[in-house]
Design a protein around this ligand. Structure first.
Ligand code: UFG
Length: 335
């Protein structure tokens, strides 16, 4: 089976490419390398011992996508390409509507033109917003509170309409909770240039001496220790969810990809301390605007429909992140 992977040089995309190659799929990647790294793909290919086809291409370039699809003839598309910073989306919403919404529309147009009818889309738990009561089931009310979340929601609506109009189409929406972790080899993981927004990459930066202290946002959330609680999921479990989605029937499907279990910021810092054997200094500061107190998945639907379940726990995620920090101290920078 041939799979086209957009954003295949990014954090989750490159791990998906490795896993697909490893399972024997033929993989073609399109990536504009705005945040991804060509060397991540080389590493994925080396780890799997199989080649990967690569095209420097932005998903908004519909005609280039069409010619790639006509020559590679993929049976399915995994769509990871997109921008993902909440703060940047508030400052420059037009970038998010252009890259995430227009980019996805361009991809769908190319797929329809080339009669490729299976799309697996990276959505986000952020579409649930702040209204619901966790754990969130897929039918919970949606209400994202920032342009990034709204851009994901819009693509979900687009996919819903495409599936209604084209009964042969399989549209699979995967709502990620908080992906963390790395390949156990230490060769593939999350590498953020500059100052990361997300907790675990920031903690990793402190462990590497790139930053002095972690800021814990908030001490008065209604949680066990007052910090925010999230459903962290190992990126390799997340990738398995995409592989499982290749076998779903036609039509629209929506799944949470999470573990169903939440951890506070302090618990994550504690876990990173225990796997690294180092003290992680932190300061407790004010809440970060836009953060919800608790975000936890109800992952039952994915278990029932795809026999998929997250297998790895927080310690394994942290071990793999720490291992990546040691094996790839400069990420992909020097290659
Ligand atoms: N946090 C800190 N200090 C930091 C960074 C984060 O205390 O330096 C806290 C946050 O307040 C939150 C938790 O750590 O309680 C997790 O924050 P992240 O930024 O790692 O993740 P978010 O839950 O805010 O957001 C992530 C992705 C989004 C996605 C969302 C889905 O960044 O793209 O999960 O819930 F939409």
């Amino acid at each position: 089976m041939r799979i086209l992977v957009t954003g295949g040089a990014g954090f989750i995309g490159a791990l998906a490419v490795w896993r697909l190659l490893d399972l024997g799929y033929d993989v073609c990647v399109v990536d504009n390398l705005s945040s991804g790294h060509r060397s991540a793909l080389d590493r994925a290919s080396r780890l799997a011992g199989r080649p990967v086809e690569f095209h420097l291409c932005d998903v908004r370039q519909t005609s280039q996508l069409i010619s790639i699809m006509q020559s590679f003839r993929p049976e399915a598309v995994m769509h990871f390409a997109g921008l993902k910073s909440v703060a940047e989306s508030v400052a420059c919403p037009e970038l998010y509507y252009e890259n995430n919404v227009q980019g996805s529309l361009s991809l769908v147009q190319a797929m329809l033109q080339c009669q490729i009818d299976r799309l697996i889309f990276s959505s986000s738990a952020t579409v649930y917003g702040a209204n619901g009561v966790p754990p969130f089931g897929e039918d919970a009310e949606l209400g994202p509170v920032n342009p990034y979340g709204r851009s994901k929601w819009m693509v979900e609506l687009l996919m819903r309409d495409i599936c209604s109009a084209h009964p042969e189409f399989s549209g699979i929406i995967l709502r990620y909770f908080n992906p963390v972790g790395a390949h156990p080899s230490g060769l593939l993981g999350e590498w953020v240039q500059g100052s990361p927004n997300n907790l675990v990459p920031y903690v990793m930066g402190v462990l590497q001496g790139r930053f002095d202290r972690v800021r814990v946002f908030g001490s008065d959330y209604p949680t066990s220790d007052g910090s925010g609680v999230r459903d962290y999921i190992h990126v390799l479990d997340l990738v398995e969810g995409h592989v499982a989605a290749l076998n779903l029937p036609k039509g629209l499907s929506v799944f949470n990809l999470g573990t169903g279990r939440g951890y506070s910021v302090h618990e994550v810092i504690q876990a990173m301390q225990s796997v690294s054997g180092r003290i992680i200094p932190f300061d407790v500061v004010d809440r970060r605007p836009g953060d919800v107190a608790v975000s936890i998945a109800d992952p039952c639907r994915a278990h029932q429909a795809m026999a998929w379940k997250a297998e790895r726990g927080l310690i394994e995620m942290c071990q793999d992140v720490w291992n990546f920090a040691q094996c790839s101290p400069k990420g992909y920078e020097l290659e």
